[in-house]
Design a protein around this ligand. Structure first.
Ligand code: FEO
Length: 167
């Protein structure tokens, strides 16, 4: 069974992952509206991936004979100034999630909770990818600037991400 502290922290992380899904779905809606269907596809896949992250925590809490307690999810931002602004928000959000995962690791270490510590390894690795994939797109968008042909090409490229894709 999880300690009360750990149970609360893991339940908070379920909320944070679902909020991540919500903010990426909100970005997808922004991109649909701004006529960037490929970026919208990328964000919808990202949102699905975040639900998958939440479900990993959900299953783990039950596996440890503890209770999942869902809380209200905050409303996400709905407008961005540009594709670059949206992807910079995504990159900064992923850095924030990395901090949350690292805090969970510190708590597991403090409590000598070896099982949770081991469970979190997958998320430590995943966050490296999450930061790298959003940062790569931020860098591309900075390079493209306001150039419409470049934005069009990047949008077509990002459309190639399948639902639930993890690149
Ligand atoms: Fe679940 Fe993108 O971190």
């Amino acid at each position: 069974m999880l300690s009360d502290n750990m149970k609360k922290a893991l339940n908070d992380q379920i909320n944070a992952e679902l909020y991540s899904a919500y903010i990426y779905l909100s970005m997808a809606a922004y991109f649909e509206d701004a006529n960037f269907p490929g970026m919208a596809t990328w964000m919808k896949a990202q949102a699905q991936e975040e639900v998958g992250h939440a479900m990993k925590f959900y299953a783990y809490v039950f596996d440890r004979d503890s209770k999942v307690e869902l809380k209200a999810i905050d409303g996400p931002q709905t407008e961005w100034k540009s594709p670059l602004d949206a992807f910079e928000t995504a990159y900064n959000h992923e850095k924030h999630v990395t901090d949350l995962i690292h805090k969970l690791v510190e708590l597991a270490n403090k409590e000598n909770d070896h099982a949770t510590r081991s469970f979190l390894n997958w998320f430590i690795d995943e966050q490296v990818e999450e930061e790298a994939s959003t940062k790569a797109i931020v860098d591309r968008l900075k390079f493209i600037g306001d150039g419409k042909p470049g934005l069009f090409m990047l949008d077509r490229e990002l459309a190639g991400r399948g639902s639930g894709g993890g690149e």
